[in-house]
Design a protein around this ligand. Structure first.
Ligand SMILES: C[S@@+](CC[C@H](N)C(=O)[O-])C[C@H]1O[C@@H](n2cnc3c(N)ncnc32)[C@H](O)[C@@H]1O
Length: 217
């Protein structure tokens, strides 16, 4: 059985979230196994995959700040999906599409090779217990899968509040022949995410990491 990076959970879905999910204006793309035509969906914009958007507040802020990028936002959490869709429409954004599902499955089954201009993964679940480390999103296999879907020159921007996970991210990506980079100062254009607010209150240090996709060697 494939190890998931999340535990499926049923959160309460409010009326507003349910209505946002039911709206059939095309912002929510169905999960499936057909390859997406991102050029058509995003009218030729460079496309960024965001893995695990949570409530989507940072996603919407970043999409509004750069209308020249298409954002494909993927998360498994239904209430957050409703929030993201509501916020995207409230801001009249046309450069966001969402998929409810496992971003790794979406990458594998729905994205062609070398299609992404970049990936954002802000505060992936840290899975601090040793017996849960296998659930972490940043592993050699997942780094290779995501590299295969990213154009040479594209980026992977990660952030975490969990220092040992920041170290693991560097170990995995530095050992990869497809990514190069490391820890960077916090980019001023990255909004504080909901999860990050809690981490800051609990006095945890935040690490941003920026990796660039290089040619396979
Ligand atoms: C700790 S939360 C951070 C959410 C948000 N980025 C923030 O900073 O507030 C991690 C999120 O990743 C999502 N997630 C975990 N594994 C995922 C996967 N394989 N595909 C998509 N989303 C995933 C979870 O459902 C959760 O919403």
């Amino acid at each position: 059985m494939t190890i998931r990076t999340y535990i499926p959970r049923r959160g309460h879905v409010s009326k507003r979230q349910a209505a946002a999910i039911a709206d059939a204006d095309g912002l929510l793309l169905p999960a499936g196994d057909e390859i997406l035509d991102l050029g058509n969906i995003f009218a030729g914009l460079p496309v960024i995959l965001e893995i695990g958007f949570g409530t989507g507040s940072a996603t919407v802020a970043m999409a509004a700040a750069d209308l020249g990028l298409g954002i494909l936002a993927v998360d498994v959490h239904t209430p957050g999906l409703g929030d993201l869709l509501y916020r995207a429409r409230e801001n009249r954004l046309t450069n966001i599409r969402a998929i409810a599902g496992d971003a790794l499955v979406v990458a594998e089954q729905m994205l062609p090779e070398s299609v992404l201009a970049g990936i954002r993964t802000f505060f992936p679940d840290p899975w601090p217990k040793a017996r849960h480390h296998k659930r972490r999103l940043v592993t050699p296999a997942n780094a290779a899968l995501l590299a295969s879907r990213t154009q040479v020159g594209g980026f992977w921007h990660l952030a975490t509040d969990w220092a040992p996970y920041a170290e693991q991210m560097q170990e995995v990506l530095d050992a990869s022949r497809q990514w190069t980079g490391g820890v960077i100062p916090r980019p001023t254009d990255r909004p504080v995410t909901k999860y990050e607010t809690t981490a800051i209150h609990q006095h945890r240090n935040i690490n941003d990491l920026w990796y660039r996709r290089i040619k396979d060697s």
